[in-house]
Design a protein around this ligand. Structure first.
Ligand SMILES: NC(=O)c1ccc[n+]([C@@H]2O[C@H](COP(=O)([O-])OP(=O)(O)OC[C@H]3O[C@@H](n4cnc5c(N)ncnc54)[C@H](OP(=O)(O)O)[C@@H]3O)[C@@H](O)[C@H]2O)c1
Length: 270
């Protein structure tokens, strides 16, 4: 699908990856409808982009927020939807507040599923349309310290896979894009320190935005995993999960050291 001239809805537009995606999509000639909760941040981002960018300040975990976004998307005749908004809470599962666990599922999984349900009837009537779900390497590898986040992204990947197959005879392409660790505010200082200790690479958000463009240009829907060796680990985990169990068991003490201190760290806004 050609990005140029398509009307594209991007959630999580004001975040690290979202901003990079908005700039890349605009540079390729996409017409943008940007969503986040913070109206001034959205206005600031729109001012950096070519004229004509539309914005909707909405909390997509609320019914009212999703309705406002669907109304704006319908009025703009959106053809491409990029479900990018997400949140991650690092910590040992048994120490985490149930409300924080719930909000990760609501934002990372329920919101994109329900928005897709509302937007799909219009998308299937178009000559060409695309849905992109921004998952994570942690949507394929369960990693200690990220239980709810991993579970929500596993769910998102399963949803994208199912929908891709269910819509195979339609003009709607369904894609799943899985970044590895990326340098954005999603990762608090303890996650950054953990990644440094474990030797995990962290990408620039622009790399993820470039991968998004490659994905959209494909004729067929599919999955794209960012970064080596993470994309290999995803395959190994699928075939030999015991190998990954053993590798992560060796890192558990390190994860615990950072995670158990993380209870006062970044919270999902309520
Ligand atoms: N950074 C990484 O290491 C990494 C790795 C793999 C996958 N990912 C995935 O990439 C995506 C983008 O992550 P990021 O790193 O760019 O995160 P980020 O910098 O924290 O940005 C999150 C974005 O989501 C928006 N958002 C949060 N809660 C919302 C809500 N209830 N309703 C509407 N919008 C909401 C935020 O805007 P407001 O706060 O203004 O609403 C912001 O625009 C996420 O799905 C994440 O899981 C990230």
């Amino acid at each position: 699908m050609r990005v140029e001239g398509t009307t594209t809805l991007l959630t999580g537009a004001t975040g690290g990856i979202g901003r990079a995606m908005a700039h890349r999509l605009a540079a390729c000639g996409a017409r943008l409808l940007l969503c986040g909760r913070d109206a001034p941040r959205l206005a600031e981002l729109a001012a950096e982009l070519p004229p004509g960018v539309l914005t909707v300040a909405a909390d997509i975990t609320s019914v009212a927020g999703r309705e406002a976004l669907v109304e704006a998307a319908t009025a703009a005749a959106v053809e491409v939807v990029i479900h990018n908004a997400g949140a991650q809470e690092f910590g040992l599962f048994q120490e985490q507040d149930p409300a924080v666990l719930q909000r990760q599922f609501e934002l990372n999984l329920c919101a994109p599923v329900l928005l897709t349900r509302a937007l799909l009837p219009a998308l299937v009537r178009r000559d060409a349309a695309a849905l992109v779900f921004v998952g994570s390497a942690f949507g394929s590898i369960g990693h200690p310290g990220f239980a709810a986040y991993c579970a929500s992204k596993f769910g998102l990947r399963g949803f994208a896979e199912t929908l891709r197959r269910e819509l195979a005879d339609s003009a709607v392409r369904v894609h799943y894009l899985a970044p590895r660790a990326t340098r954005t505010a999603l990762n608090g200082p303890r996650v950054v320190a953990l990644n440094q200790t474990l030797g995990n690479a962290m990408d620039a958000p622009e790399r993820v935005a470039d991968e998004l463009l490659r994905l959209l240009e494909r004729d067929r829907g599919g999955e794209r995993f960012v970064g080596w060796p993470e994309k290999l680990f995803v395959r190994i985990n699928a075939v030999w999960p015991r190998l990954v169990d053993a590798a992560l068991a060796g890192k558990l003490a390190t994860v615990r050291r950072y995670a158990s201190l993380a209870t006062t760290e970044r919270r999902i806004d309520s």
